[in-house]
Ligand binder design. Structure first.
Ligand code: BGC
Length: 519
């Protein structure tokens, strides 16, 4: 049996503590997640508002009216409607590639700033929309905004945080995603009730608020020492490092950052570099982690919870309330993850969350299958049935929210060495966005054709990803970010891709001071 996913314990620890300054900067930066979350939550609710459908998607509206007694699985199946939700993700994908260069050459802050401004422009156009093209244009701008901020915020957080609390601080990003989703669900609930049916304008235009928060936030935030060194500002970086770690002697960490940055500066083309054999483990993770995160099926719930609850027989109001309940569970479980990630480690959370999601998906598939069968006709649904479905959906959301949700952003942001960090993060964001797009685009059609089997489809992937984590994902808890290379060198499988030359000293990139202490 291989030494599955184990990195040797101990290792280097830099001087310093979790300072108030780092805490505040990380909380502000993490607000970048709000725009992403707000958008995820708002689109599902808006697309279930009759006034919105009547104005922009009248054929879907008519079908919904006529179809009441026929096949429930297919009532929302419309490519144009899903295009509204998913166009954003294609735009985000493209933006993240541009953002890789901005983040590397101009710092993490500027990418966050662009993210906020573009998102704000999209929100204004969407709130004022009077034709489908305006909706789509607005969403493309929102997508550009998300591409920039998702590229830079997770990196920013992982670089700022001291390694012992990196997990918790990075998860502030996911926490603000979940808060964004919850706020959006709540607003949808109230705005849907506005007489005259123009509440959707407030829902879409309201995206300006989180956009302004991250725009202003990015102006007042400092850049990370890693990024300053990468751009040759050594003295400023040292001062900054002293401030964020709260100690005077930061030479050990500083020297390691300089070494990492020297390595990084030797690289002319980070994209081509990413294809080198020694970066194979990181490249595989940059692709597989976001792929698996989306194949948990979470966004079926996040985008379409109201539509889904409506499909299984809840009234419009009850559907929106259920979406608020899942939103609350999402936030609460993310806080559990913040608490546990640096104590229990990433692998335990991944494996527990995976098992929990798997069980819930099987139960939900069985419940829906038993009631709706293959023809999608349910008759009257008893109350207890609705409660069972909601409870299992919430338990599933909790499983995701303390595992694949936050870790899907945390783990990639902490495993890439500086020389490939921006490019690899952009692969991570792009893959995430492609699969978010695919799930958003085909979900309603899949529900229509696969029926309750859709949940079994996602359950299958949850099995695969849990086996993958068990065998292939090393534990990264507490390891300094510029020292991460050693986890691959000590891993039963990945060690074959890295040679002693790639990572001398057993993967420890020792600082000059540490080496001179020894000799
Ligand atoms: C995922 C999103 C998802 C959200 C739910 C994020 O980590 O990337 O796709 O909607 O979690 O909380």
């Amino acid at each position: 049996m291989p030494a599955v996913g184990i990195a040797r314990g101990g290792g280097k620890e830099y001087a310093g503590k979790l300072t108030g300054y780092v805490l505040v900067t990380c909380i502000i930066a993490a607000m970048g997640g709000l725009i992403f979350g707000y958008d995820i939550g708002i689109s599902g609710g808006v697309t279930s508002m009759d006034s919105f459908l009547k104005k922009f998607f009248p054929s879907v509206y008519r079908k919904k009216q006529l179809d009441k007694s026929t096949n429930q699985y297919c009532q929302y199946d419309s490519q144009t409607l899903t295009m509204f939700t998913s166009s954003l993700y294609l735009a985000a994908l493209m933006a993240s590639v541009v953002a890789a260069t901005v983040t590397r050459k101009c710092g993490r802050k500027l990418s966050m700033f662009f993210g906020g401004v573009l998102f704000c422009a999209g929100a204004i156009i969407n709130g004022a929309a009077h034709a489908v093209w305006m909706l789509i244009l607005g969403r493309i701008l929102l997508g550009f905004g998300i591409g920039f901020s998702n590229q830079s915020v997770p990196l920013y957080l992982s670089e700022m945080a001291p390694s012992k609390s990196r997990g918790a601080l990075n998860i502030c990003f996911q926490l603000s995603i979940t808060v964004g989703i919850l706020v959006a669900n709540l607003l949808n609930y109230f705005f849907a009730k506005i007489e005259g049916g123009w509440g959707w304008r407030l829902s879409l235009g309201g995206a300006m608020v989180p956009a302004l928060i991250i725009t202003v936030g990015s102006l007042i935030l400092p850049d990370t020492p890693n990024s300053m060194i990468e751009r040759g500002q050594h003295e400023e970086a040292k001062t900054q490092l002293r401030r964020i770690r709260g100690v005077d002697d930061v030479s050990e960490e500083f020297n390691d950052l300089v070494i990492a940055s020297d390595e990084s500066n030797k690289i002319e083309d980070p994209w081509k570099n990413l294809l080198q054999r020694k970066y194979r483990p990181q490249l595989c993770m940059a692709i597989l982690i976001p792929f698996f995160q989306q194949l948990t099926g979470i966004n079926v719930i996040m985008f379409y919870a109201p539509v889904l609850f409506n499909t299984i027989g809840f009234g419009s109001d009850a559907s929106l309330i259920s979406a608020v309940i899942t939103g609350l569970v999402n936030v609460a479980a993310t806080i559990v993850s913040m608490y546990g990630v640096d104590k229990w480690g990433r692998r335990k959370l991944f494996l527990e969350g995976g098992t929990q999601m798997l069980i819930c998906q099987i139960v939900v598939a069985a419940c829906i299958g038993a009631k709706f069968g293959l023809d999608g006709n349910a008759g009257n649904l008893p109350k207890w049935y609705a409660i069972v479905v909601v409870v299992f959906i919430c338990t599933y959301v909790a499983g995701f929210a303390w595992s694949w949700g936050p870790l899907g952003w945390l783990v990639p942001s902490e495993i890439f060495p500086m020389e490939i960090r921006s490019a690899a993060q952009s692969v991570n964001v792009s893959v995430n966005m492609i699969f978010t797009f695919i799930v958003a685009q085909v979900f309603l059609t899949m529900l229509c054709h696969m029926k309750f089997g859709l949940f079994i489809f996602f359950a299958f992937f949850v099995c695969v990803m849990s086996v993958f984590v068990y065998f292939f994902l090393p534990e990264t808890k507490g390891i300094p970010i510029e020292e991460m290379s050693r986890v691959w060198k000590q891993h039963w499988y990945w060690k074959r891709f890295v040679t002693d030359e790639d990572y001398p000293n057993d993967g420890y990139e020792m600082s000059k001071s540490t080496i001179s202490d020894i000799v």
